[in-house]
Design a protein around this ligand. Structure first.
Ligand SMILES: C[S@@+](CC[C@H](N)C(=O)[O-])C[C@H]1O[C@@H](n2cnc3c(N)ncnc32)[C@H](O)[C@@H]1O
Length: 255
């Protein structure tokens, strides 16, 4: 029985077999790999991945009806189906040391799902995500808190654009496939604190830096306090964060 597709779960299934097999290939599945697929839906991409000699494939799907469909239709001893929310999923609970992630993400919560993945970066050397093209461009831009948060840990590669006609039902927008490659050096220990700093820095992007943190912070970092967050490089943001973290500078300067 076919499954009823639900808008609230962002269910736009990728139905082009050529593109599905290309995406699986681009995920670079190797013998012995442990994969996690976020939002497997009816399992079309899942089946492509299972053609490779991977060791295990965890499927995280929120929709109970899809979970039921997968349980009945996908028979492979390497899969573990988990009904859970990828926005808050705890990857440590899988008890694996290394996970490769793949997902044609539900567009309404793609940013939240990716933010959650970043908290587990030390487990995840690489990830492949299909998202709304505009969202991919935002993550690549280096001009939003999440873009900086992602790029602190991962190098992003834009792999391809996929037009609406390859999905069922077709979304209104183009989609983009992005690869995340873990950067060698992790530079941050307290990611929640880093998020707190970044969201404050990028909130009201047009505001000058001096409105957001104490002037001393910018003097210590040698960064012009009259600049705006969107003008900063990742290196400068990290410099500011480490100084802020060390000195707990909280108060913005006087106007
Ligand atoms: C865009 S569809 C992709 C389906 C399939 N992978 C494909 O490529 O055809 C997104 C899938 O994510 C599931 N989903 C939506 N929100 C979710 C969440 N918060 N956590 C996990 N899965 C979710 C939807 O039910 C749906 O199956």
């Amino acid at each position: 029985m076919p499954v009823r597709l639900k808008k609230r779960f962002g269910q736009h299934l990728l139905v082009s077999s050529g593109i599905l097999s290309k995406i699986a290939e681009l995920a670079n599945p190797e013998e012995g790999d442990i994969f996690v697929e976020i939002g497997p839906g009816t399992g079309l991409l899942t089946k492509e991945l299972l053609k490779y000699p991977i060791k295990k494939l965890f499927l995280i799907e929120l929709d109970a009806e899809m979970v039921d469909y997968l349980q009945k239709n996908l028979k492979d001893e390497r899969i573990v189906i988990i009904q859970d929310n990828a926005v808050s999923f705890n990857y440590n609970n899988l008890n694996e040391r290394k996970l490769k992630i793949i997902g044609n993400l539900p567009y309404n919560v793609a940013s939240l799902i990716v933010e959650n993945v970043i908290y587990y970066y030390s487990l995840i050397p690489t990830a492949l995500f299909l998202v709304q093209k505009e969202v991919a461009e935002k993550w690549l831009s280096g001009k939003s808190w999440l873009s900086l948060f992602i790029q602190t840990f991962y190098d992003l590669e834009y792999l391809m654009t996929i037009p609406p006609r390859f999905f069922k039902p077709p979304p209104k927008v183009n989609s983009a496939l992005l690869r995340f490659n873990l950067l060698q050096k992790a530079k941050i220990e307290d990611l929640k604190n880093y998020k707190k700093f970044l969201t404050r820095l990028y909130e009201g992007k047009r505001k000058m830096l001096r409105k957001k943190f104490s002037k001393d912070l910018f003097v210590s970092a040698g960064i012009n306090e009259f600049l705006r967050a969107e003008n900063l490089t990742l290196k400068e943001v990290l410099k500011l964060y480490h100084l802020w973290e060390a000195h707990h500078q909280e108060t913005p300067s006087e106007p």
